[in-house]
Design a protein around this ligand. Structure first.
Ligand SMILES: Cc1ncc(COP(=O)(O)O)c(C=O)c1O
Length: 379
C-alpha cells in the first residue's frame, strides 16, 4: 500500500474543494488541489516553525533562494539567478501583474484554457486573441497558422500554459522553439505559466522551461512557477516569477507596487522544505498519479462516447463528452454524485475536467458513479 492511499477526511476542515458540496452525496473532483497530505518534510518544517509562535513580517531568506536555484538546476537544468526571482502569493496574481506590466493593446493565448488566461488580460484592459488548440496525434498543440493569421502589431504578450491545463500537453523542444520563434518574430513578451511543470506523468515527456531555450527567449519571458500543485500546498500561497530581463522585472515589480502583498511566511517555510527534501516524495507521487490516470483511461476506453487525449502531465483529466449530446455534461454527472469542473469556464461546455489527485479508492468510487451515469444513458 502506498502512503498516498491513506484516506484523509477533508470534510473536517474547511476547504474550497470539499465545502462546495457539503452535506450532499457528491464527491468533489474539481478544483486543482489533491486529497493527499503534503510531504512529511513540509509538515515537520511547518510544525517546527509554528511552535516558535511568532509570525511577524518575514522576508525570503538565502536558504530558500538557494533551494529554488538548486531545484531549477536539478530538475530543468536551468541556471537561474537570485536577482531574477520575484515572489508573489499566487500564480494567478502574477498572471494579472504580467498582463498589466507588459504594454500593448492585446494579449494572445490559446483556448480551451485555465480561465485566468482569459480573465487576466481582460482585467488589464487588454483585448484577448484566443487561438484554438489543434489536436495532433491525440494531443493538443499550437495552431501556428491561426496564430500568424490573427496576430496584430499592437499585441505584445503571449500567455503560455506549459504543461497545458486542461488536457495535460507537455510541449516538446521543437514546439517551444517554434513558439519562441513566433514570439520573437512578432516582438512579443511571453508569460509562461509552468505551475504544473513538476507533475510529468509520462516517461517520454520532459518539461522544458521556454526561457531556458535561448538567451533571446530568456530575455523576453516571465516564467511563473510554484510548489503549490506539486506538493499540495496551494492554501499556503507561495509562488514566484522568474524574470531575467532587468527592465521587464522592474516593470513587473512596479506594477505590483504595494497593491499585491508578498509571499506568506509559512509558504516560504513549506517551499524551502519541499524543494530541499521533497524529491523522493514527488517521484512517488508521480508514479501514483500515473496509475490513477490509467484508471481514468480505462474508464474512458469502456465508454466510446467519451474521449480523452494522451495526457502527459497533471492530475487533471479533460474529458470530451460532446458525443453524449446532453445539455451539460457537468450537470449530467453531478446528478450521479460526481462534482467535476464544468468545461464551460475553460471555453468548452461539452467537456468536463476530472481531478484524479485523490486516493485510489475514492477515484474508483468516482469512476463507478460516472459509469452508472453512462449506463443510465443507454437505457
Ligand atoms: C495553470 C494554472 N495556473 C495557475 C493556477 C493557480 O495558481 P495560484 O493558486 O498560485 O494562483 C492553477 C490552478 O489550478 C493552474 O492550473
Amino acid at each position: 500500500m502506498s502512503s498516498f492511499d491513506e484516506i484523509v477526511d477533508r470534510t473536517q476542515t474547511p476547504s474550497e474543494k470539499w465545502d462546495k458540496y457539503k452535506g450532499k452525496d457528491v464527491i468533489p473532483t474539481w478544483v486543482a488541489d489533491m486529497d493527499f497530505k503534503s510531504p512529511p518534510c513540509v509538515i515537520e518544517a511547518l510544525q517546527k516553525r509554528v511552535r516558535e509562535g511568532v509570525f511577524g513580517y518575514t522576508a525570503v531568506d538565502d536558504e530558500t533562494y538557494d533551494a529554488i536555484l538548486a531545484f531549477m538546476k536539478r530538475h530543468y537544468n536551468w541556471e537561474i539567478q537570485k536577482e531574477w526571482l520575484v515572489f508573489t502569493h499566487g500564480v494567478v496574481s502574477s498572471m494579472n501583474i504580467a498582463c498589466m506590466a507588459v504594454e500593448g493593446e492585446s494579449v494572445m493565448t490559446t483556448t480551451p484554457i485555465y480561465p485566468h488566461f482569459i480573465k487576466a488580460p481582460k482585467h488589464a484592459g487588454r483585448e484577448v486573441i484566443a487561438i484554438k488548440m489543434k489536436e495532433e496525434n491525440k494531443r493538443w498543440t499550437f495552431d501556428f497558422e491561426a496564430m500568424e493569421a490573427h496576430i496584430t502589431p499592437t499585441c505584445k504578450l503571449f500567455m503560455l500554459c506549459n504543461p497545458y491545463n486542461p488536457a495535460g500537453t507537455v510541449f516538446t523542444c521543437k514546439e517551444l522553439e517554434q513558439l519562441g520563434a513566433f514570439c520573437l518574430k512578432h516582438n512579443l513578451s511571453i508569460c509562461s505559466d509552468e505551475i504544473h511543470a513538476d507533475l510529468i506523468l509520462n516517461d517520454t515527456a520532459k518539461h522544458i522551461p521556454i526561457a531556458s531555450l535561448s538567451p533571446a527567449l530568456q530575455e523576453c519571458t516571465i516564467t511563473l512557477m510554484a510548489p503549490s500543485k506539486t506538493f499540495n500546498i496551494a492554501g499556503l500561497q507561495a509562488s514566484f516569477a522568474i524574470i531575467p530581463n532587468t527592465s521587464l522585472r522592474k516593470r513587473f515589480k512596479e506594477t505590483m507596487g504595494s497593491m499585491v502583498g508578498g509571499i506568506n511566511l509559512l509558504g516560504i517555510i513549506a517551499m524551502k522544505a519541499a524543494y530541499l527534501e521533497g524529491d523522493a516524495w514527488l517521484a512517488d507521487l508521480r508514479l501514483y498519479l500515473a496509475e490513477n490516470l490509467k484508471l481514468v483511461q480505462a474508464f474512458v476506453a469502456k465508454n466510446p462516447k467519451l474521449k480523452l487525449l494522451n495526457q502527459e502531465a497533471t492530475f487533471l483529466a479533460w474529458i470530451d463528452a460532446s458525443a453524449l449530446h446532453v445539455k451539460s455534461p457537468y450537470d449530467f454527472f453531478l446528478e450521479f454524485g460526481v462534482g467535476l469542473s464544468d468545461g464551460e469556464g475553460f471555453g468548452d461546455k461539452n467537456c468536463v475536467r476530472l481531478n484524479f489527485g485523490t486516493q485510489r479508492t475514492l477515484l474508483k468510487e468516482i469512476l463507478e458513479r460516472m459509469q452508472k451515469a453512462m449506463d443510465n444513458l443507454k437505457i
